[in-house]
Design a protein around this ligand. Structure first.
Ligand SMILES: Cc1ncc(COP(=O)(O)O)c(C=O)c1O
Length: 394
């Protein structure tokens, strides 16, 4: 895209950013560059590529043209200077941790985070002498940051309780402590929230979810400023090595072209489902930031482009009720993950968040009766009928 096209609307950029008709062949879709290595053509050029004196492709662990097209599309949509793709969301998270943390540093996070991210911080990074401090809201976050805090790690909406964090306020807390602010933007996607506009330094995604959108790829990506992407590519990608393959990048490029269309439908269906369940006698608690009594509703309204995402969580009172409900649903596949065009359902306490242990689960409000629904793009009336019928049965 040229500079003029950078001013285009989100939908136009979702389609066009990051690629153009191939000047050599005229190929309209981004070609899949299935190559591990690239010829230098002469030894001097090879030396310059390795010394970073000349930019270009030399090895697909570090840079590949198909992967680069995906990175450029995502950076454009997030409004950041650069983006770096990884083999999974956890590959992206671990690259951030291993690039920016060293022994003696502290990480402050607002929990719950995705279970794998908490595992990375609490079980892996602590082994390298990093101290992890947990908060549950911005007030607590202010009390747990210190001069040793290097990263403040957040997710909004939060997984699976769909809490909302005011990103501008959180970034300010991080910056006042001299820390970098990291946000996992998987649930919102850049269509709903662009954390860089709120002062966030590092934005990560499990691209497995809404970015890919079709449940056929595992991928991660980090969007950030040039001064941070340089060490991230150098250490987090080149030395740690969780590189994305070109086939996956191709699927992601294709999926992201319809991101706004899919997100509009996900958000519409989730809002309709939440409305239908609002006063249901078997639903003990409903978590959806679009509800006016949700504690994060006001922040979500201004931070999420007037939409509230495609996830709805509900507490059915007990694990038994939750399991009965999940087993009876017809249109929701019981599976982890989210953001696919197909609706998915999960029981976080016994699956994605199980490793956190009972005490943490209770502290973070991930109760035995909690069910998370990733609302797909099927017909609204079919989804509502499926959920309502089985909620009553539960
Ligand atoms: C919010 C969030 N972040 C990160 C991850 C990890 O991503 P991946 O499964 O692509 O490694 C997930 C996976 O479910 C997630 O939901």
């Amino acid at each position: 895209m040229d500079n003029k096209e950078k001013q285009s609307g989100f939908g136009t950029r979702a389609v066009h950013a990051g690629h153009h008709v191939d000047p050599q062949t005229g190929a309209h879709a981004v070609p899949i560059y299935a190559t591990s290595t690239f010829g230098y053509f002469n030894a001097g050029r090879g030396a310059r590529l390795f010394a970073g004196e000349e930019s270009g492709y030399f090895y697909s662990r570090v840079l590949n043209p198909t992967v680069r097209a995906f990175e450029e599309k995502l950076a454009n949509l997030e409004g950041t200077e650069d983006a770096i793709a990884f083999a999974s969301g956890m590959g992206a998270a671990s690259a951030i941790a291993l690039t920016f943390l060293k022994q003696g540093d502290e990480v402050a996070f607002v929990g719950p985070l995705y279970g794998g991210t908490e595992g990375l911080l609490n079980e892996v990074m602590t082994g390298f002498g990093v101290t992890i401090r947990e908060a549950h809201d911005l007030h607590e976050l202010r009390n747990v940051v210190s001069q040793k805090t290097r990263l403040v790690w957040l997710e909004t909406p939060m997984n699976p309780t769909l809490g909302i964090i005011d990103l501008k306020a959180a970034a300010e807390i991080a910056h006042n402590a001299g820390a970098l602010c990291v946000v996992d933007n998987t649930f919102a996607t850049p269509y709903l929230t662009r954390p860089a506009e709120h002062g966030v330094d590092i934005i990560m995604h499990s691209a497995t979810k809404y970015l890919g959108g079709h449940g056929d790829v595992i991928a991660g990506v980090v969007a950030t400023r040039a001064d941070l992407s340089e060490p991230l590519r150098g250490h987090g990608l080149r030395h740690v090595g969780a590189a994305l393959g070109p086939f996956e990048a191709y699927f992601l490029i294709r999926g992201m072209k319809t991101l706004p269309l899919r997100m509009d439908r996900h958000c519409h269906n989730a809002a309709a489902l939440a409305e239908a369940l609002k006063d249901h006698p078997n639903v003990k608690k409903l978590y959806y930031p679009g509800l006016s009594d949700h504690p994060g509703h006001e922040v979500a309204t201004r931070q999420m482009n007037g939409k509230y995402g495609g996830l709805v969580s509900l507490d059915l009172g007990s694990q038994e009720n939750a399991f009965t409900f999940l087993n009876a649903l017809k249109l929701f596949t019981q599976a982890v993950s989210l953001g696919d065009v197909e609706s998915l359902s999960s029981h976080p306490a016994s699956t994605t968040h199980q490793l956190l242990g009972e005490e943490t689960l209770t502290r973070q409000g991930i109760t035995p009766g909690l069910v998370r629904l990733s609302v797909g793009i099927e017909d609204e009336s079919d989804l509502i009928a499926d959920v309502k019928r089985n909620c009553s049965a539960g």
